[in-house]
Design a protein around this ligand. Structure first.
Ligand SMILES: *Cc1c(COP(=O)(O)O)cnc(C)c1O
Length: 349
């Protein structure tokens, strides 16, 4: 059985969180002399002299509508990479506990584990980048504190089968983190729709991909109010800047632009997925539910990679990743960029 209280590190259960000035007084007052801010104003063209809302209430109110979750099921971080790091720190005692990953997958889970002196258990995905029934059983039996499931998976682009994820949610004793950075491009409902069923579920999403705001650094975690409460307890007090909060609000109110970009990227993905297999050097294009395609090149993917770099086109060489020999990861770009990529690959000799 899943028990959050016993999963959380004892020192975190016991600690008193930092209480910021903005935690102790919220709202508007005539004279704000509690936070050692500069009441005169700001250097630079815009006013940012006041600390931001530590709990980003305005953004969460808007986001709750868009994502159809409650505000207390949302954590916002400085990129979803911050949520990954905080989740590891929340439940893993350094030098003692471990997390579970399923390679090939996103590299930050391993970095967060290494940074926090937390061990890694690796159970590889199958050749078509799914969880075998044996692997599901091994996950369920593991005493790791977190399993990271990336779906759609980076760098492979596929969704993990929902039945396998569900079996893990039912059997695994730690936190099940489903990283949905690419959910907006996927033909499947988000796992946020299942939060009420699974107290051990944490869903990660981000403004960095479909929203087109990678430079802002804003990531989301969706989970039970208890998990969210712990993340808020341990986060840096002002982890999301005022500029980011204002910009995120404007973005959320500009849903038509988001939708229009999302659809254009999906069209670009379909066009690339149709054109690439016609090239002699492309051996296989893996199916994708993301804004990129993983393709296997012959006879030498790294030679193709170097050739593209020389033509000023940068893709991601994934040749050394487990199960990804001979592959490059191609992000869907503008129609012109996609065309340039295809022309360059056609001219490869
Ligand atoms: C891009 C990506 C993220 C996003 O990270 P941010 O810190 O929010 O930019 C998270 N997970 C995966 C799998 C990604 O590919």
């Amino acid at each position: 059985m899943f028990d959050l209280t016993s999963l959380v590190r004892p020192n975190i259960r016991a600690m008193k969180p930092y209480s910021s000035a903005r935690d102790e007084f919220q709202g508007e007052a005539h004279v704000m002399l509690d936070a050692n801010e500069n009441s005169l104003g700001s250097a630079g063209p815009e006013l940012f002299n006041r600390y931001p809302d530590p709990l980003q209430r305005a953004v969460k109110a808007e986001l709750a509508q868009v994502k159809k979750v409650a505000e207390n099921q949302i954590f916002l971080g400085n990129g979803s990479d911050e949520a990954i790091d905080l989740l590891v720190r929340l439940v893993c005692v350094p030098g003692q506990d471990k997390i579970l990953i399923l390679p090939p997958t996103y590299g930050m889970y391993e970095v967060a584990a290494n940074l926090n002196d937390v061990a890694l258990e690796r159970l590889p995905l199958t050749a078509d980048f799914q969880l075998s029934p044996e692997t599901v059983q091994q996950v369920v039996a593991s005493d790791a504190k977190i399993v990271f499931l990336c779906s759609p998976n980076n760098p492979t682009g596929n969704l993990l089968h929902a039945a396998a994820i569900e079996e893990i949610l039912r059997g695994f004793r730690g936190l099940v983190v489903v990283d949905e950075a690419y959910a907006d491009f996927a033909a499947a409902p988000s796992w946020t729709t299942r939060l009420a069923e699974f107290p051990n579920l944490v869903v990660l999403q981000t403004f960095s991909k479909a929203w087109g705001l990678a430079g802002l650094r804003l990531g989301m975690a969706f989970a039970s109010p208890d998990v969210i409460g712990y993340l808020n307890k341990i986060k840096p007090p002002y982890n999301v800047s005022e500029a980011t909060q204002q910009h995120a609000l404007a973005a959320l109110r500009d849903a038509p632009h988001f939708e229009q970009m999302r659809e254009a990227l999906l069209r670009g993905r379909d066009e690339l997925a149709a054109a690439l297999p016609k090239l002699e050097i492309v051996e296989h294009v893996f199916p994708s539910d993301a804004n990129f395609l993983l393709a296997r090149f012959r006879p030498d993917a790294t030679a193709v990679y170097d050739y593209l770099v020389a033509r000023g086109i940068i893709v991601r060489n994934r040749t050394t990743q487990p199960g990804c020999a001979g592959t490059l990861r191609l992000t869907v770009g503008t129609p012109q960029e996609n065309e340039q990529l295809l022309v360059a690959l056609q001219e490869y000799k």
